[in-house]
Design a protein. Structure first.
Length: 459
């Protein structure tokens, strides 16, 4: 065998290991988990305490922080790593005997499933503590859902009558999601994803990319139906965040009349949601149908005027100049493009004569009430730079979903059952928030989004 040189007094491997374990220390120090731990200790009472509650809880968190795909993988790491055992609270010199058994870990995870509402309470408390550290948290929100395939297989109806044993998947169902787009050459493309499992519905802060509200459903659950319940949860659990929320962006999967009206009217949050093409006739519609006029609008929210001197000339249709949202009137305000941009229009005099209230020195003004079409007209007018910037912030939730998959282990997992899945996702989001809060307190705010960057110990 190859000879090994005499080791140094210290090893860089040990330094790297300590730095990596500091990520777990950040989480443990930031977690408001004392009520949960005390409750579980009192529940155990004077029973056997071969593996105490606190080390077991810390070990579960370590499995999330260090991306162990299963409880068995975590236990093997505890066997191998004495420093990790010591940090969790087990005997560092006891070897394999001091680490929990597979059965002990399984029983503890079932205990967490039974009391998953206490995990949810930790999630909400972390959101509140983050809002104290980040005063503008929650001003800009984004919503999306993500597929979470189950580790189990679909079962037949007759199999569902069997008693649950943790191996069969009895809660999940099939979900589909269709993506559409246009290639550079103008041709349309469509891709449909189908999976068996669950769906995570998530609202995040789009500036800091932190989760603020979530729910776990079967894969077949529709996205539009879960937006307002999430906002209502945010209102009931975090009143301050709800009050300062200004906008919420989402893809066209959330395009529904109820969502637009609920966000704007009930929660005073401006919806920034892409529209589906639902009009059978894509031609612009008359803006004020109750009287003859020159104005029209399309499903994308653009408002046009047609020059009355050339009523049948398509080339004479121009887009009006948007000048702002009038909150007191709940209207979008537009101006005559000729007056606003300063070009000649042959029919301007004839157009001005149609104005029911006359025309001011700055040209004809058109006010479009939101009530005219709540899907099309929103407080932030579509196809304005402000709307596009707000909609682009929606990608924040996609990055959070990517971390959930790749860093927190949901690309490869062995979870079966909706209760277990909810517990596991809650743990993952709790670790994400605790890591961010720990980095802020450790003067590493620039790394609050990172779940893998080394932590720096305080001097």
């Amino acid at each position: 065998m190859a000879t090994i040189p005499q080791p140094h007094l210290f090893s860089w491997r040990q330094i790297d290991s300590a730095s990596d374990l500091d990520r777990l220390r950040l989480v443990l120090d930031a977690l408001p988990d004392e009520p949960l731990v005390r409750f579980l200790e009192e529940r155990r009472g004077r029973g056997r305490d071969d593996y105490p509650i606190r080390p077991m809880w810390n070990a579960v968190l370590a499995g999330v922080v260090f991306q162990h795909p299963s409880a068995a993988a975590l236990i093997r790491e505890l066997w191998r790593n004495g420093e990790l055992r010591q940090l969790c609270g087990f005997d560092p010199l006891g070897g394999m005997a001091s680490a929990p058994s597979d059965d002990a870990m399984e029983r503890f995870l079932k205990l967490l499933v039974e009391h998953k509402e206490m995990l949810l309470a930790i999630f909400h408390e972390l959101v509140d503590e983050l809002s104290e550290a980040l005063p503008d948290l929650g001003q800009r929100l984004a919503v999306d859902s993500k597929a979470i395939p189950s580790a189990g297989r679909p079962v037949r109806d007759e199999e569902k009558q069997n008693e649950r044993d943790g191996r069969r998947e009895l809660d999940a169902d099939f979900g589909t999601k269709t993506y559409k787009g246009t290639r550079q050459d103008g041709t349309a493309w469509e891709k449909t994803k189908r999976w068996f499992g669950y769906k995570l519905h998530l609202i995040v802060d789009s500036a800091y990319e932190m989760p603020l509200a979530f729910s776990v459903t079967k894969a077949s659950a529709g996205d539009p139906d879960h937006l307002l319940p999430l906002v209502e949860e945010l209102e009931s659990q975090h009143t301050k965040l709800h009050e300062q929320a200004e906008e919420l962006s989402g893809d066209k999967g959330y395009d529904s009349l109820d969502n637009y009206c609920g966000l704007h009217d009930d929660h005073e949050i401006k919806p920034v949601i892409d529209t589906r093409q639902l009009w059978q006739d894509p031609a612009p519609r008359t803006l004020f149908g109750q009287r003859f006029d020159v104005f029209s609008y399309d499903e994308s929210g653009r408002v046009y005027c047609t020059c009355p001197s050339e009523r049948r000339g398509e080339d004479e249709r121009r887009e009006l100049a948007f000048v702002g949202f009038e909150k007191d009137r709940q209207t979008l305000k537009y101006r005559c493009p000729a007056a606003y941009y300063g070009f000649d229009c042959a029919g301007r005099t004839q157009c001005d004569a149609l104005a029911p209230n006359g025309v001011g020195p700055s040209g004809r003004v058109v006010r479009v009430p939101l009530e005219l079409d709540r899907r099309v007209f929103t407080a932030i007018a579509r196809h304005t730079p402000k709307w596009k910037r707000a909609y682009n912030r929606r990608t924040a939730v996609e990055r959070v979903n990517s971390r959930i998959d790749r860093v927190l282990g949901f690309e490869r997992h062995f979870v079966r059952g909706q209760d277990k899945m909810t517990m596991r996702i809650t743990l993952a989001l709790v670790v994400m928030l605790a890591m961010a809060l720990g980095r802020i307190r450790a003067s590493q705010a620039e790394l609050m989004r990172s779940l893998t960057a080394p932590a720096v110990r305080a001097a």
